[in-house]
Design a protein around this ligand. Structure first.
Ligand SMILES: [Zn+2]
Length: 349
């Protein structure tokens, strides 16, 4: 889904006042917001993952707006209590951050701490171990740092020019699709690793510079505002993994966090989490394993009926470029999610 299309959809809903009519019917009992990167704007010509980041100023504005709109900003435990006890007298909002990035500690946490806002950070344990393969960022670095990129397609060596920003965007999009079209994740990661090695990108270094280490995670975990949630070990595409792998990824991710932090995580986020990446099988396994809640990246507000499916909760992804007051107004009204439901292939990430 092109950002421009999403934006004009949101603008229409706002301009038409539809969100005002929709709010009482679709706004649900609360929202779980999903954030990726929070950091100051960078001024470079090529930023294919720009939509995954917002600035600290915007985060601060979101907190103030939600409070003005009478949302209670609560922890995952409190959200779960409200859902289980059917305590829906006031709407809630939960702030969640995926992957345990350094910028969550450096830029997002100070804003939320100052305002006393609880937050959850979902940590895939291979990331603080320095073994996470952040393939989408590696791809960005390969294209950004080279004026041409070579790949091997069906045994043929092929080279693509990417000297200008527009060539870079085009090549990034093509490589992204090419990577995702591999049948197994092992094959996919092998191709990314090969690409990175041949173009001077150090995957281990990228992981270490982007992700929090265990010491920093432990510091955050000790803060009463912070909940550390499980997010598997290796951040796999669960839907294409075998059942044994899914089960062990979910269970091991929790065990490793418990061993490292001394607290057993009660909450889970599925990696990627879109409609094609996670489904009923994963929701059932998470419930079997005893997770109190598990969140997806399926877009929507939380409804009273979600109390019956606590391991399949929807979120609203906060994307750069969609954080204006009117966009948030429409998103939290739930009407945009009603429309998105009609187009099941639209994932936010
Ligand atoms: Zn993730």
């Amino acid at each position: 889904m092109r950002p421009a299309v999403i934006r004009s959809g949101l603008e229409c809903l706002y301009a038409g006042g539809i969100h005002l009519l929709a709010r009482p019917f679709f706004a649900g009992v609360g929202v779980i917001l999903q954030f990726r990167h929070v950091r100051p704007m960078r001024w470079t010509d090529f930023q294919p993952n720009r939509h995954l980041e917002i600035s600290p100023v915007v985060l601060d504005r979101i907190v103030r707006r939600l409070r003005r709109w009478n949302y209670d900003l609560v922890s995952l435990d409190e959200m779960q209590r409200r859902l289980v006890e059917r305590d829906f007298s006031r709407r809630f909002a939960v702030f969640t951050f995926d992957d345990g990035y350094r910028d969550t500690l450096e830029w997002a946490f100070p804003v939320l701490e100052k305002q006393g806002v609880p937050l959850a950070i979902y940590v895939p344990t291979s990331f603080p171990d320095g073994l996470g393969r952040l393939w989408w960022l590696a791809l960005e670095k390969v294209v950004a740092g080279n004026s041409s990129v070579g790949i091997v397609v069906d045994g043929d060596n092929r080279r693509f020019e990417c000297a200008t920003p527009s060539e870079k965007y085009e090549l990034y999009a093509a490589l992204y699709d090419w990577i995702l079209h591999h049948k197994t994740e092992a094959e996919m990661l092998e191709k990314v690793t090969d690409l990175a090695v041949r173009h001077g990108v150090d995957l281990k270094g990228l992981c270490a510079s982007t992700c929090l280490g265990w010491r920093e995670i432990a510091e955050l975990a000790a803060d009463p505002l912070v909940t550390i949630g499980a997010h598997t070990v290796n951040h796999p595409f669960l839907s294409i993994a075998g059942e044994t792998t899914v089960r062990s990824e979910l269970a091991m991710g929790r065990t490793v966090l418990e061993t490292a932090l001394g607290v057993r995580p009660r909450h889970l986020a599925y990696p990627y989490g879109g409609r094609t990446q996670v489904g009923t099988r994963e929701f059932d396994i998470a419930r079997d394993l005893g997770f109190a809640t598990a969140v997806t990246a399926r877009q929507g507000v939380v409804k009273a009926a979600d109390a019956e499916r606590l391991t399949a909760l929807p979120r609203l992804t906060v994307l750069g470029g969609f954080t204006a007051r009117r966009h948030l107004r429409v998103l939290t009204s739930g009407v945009a999610s009603v429309l998105w439901e009609r187009f099941p292939r639209i994932d936010a990430t």
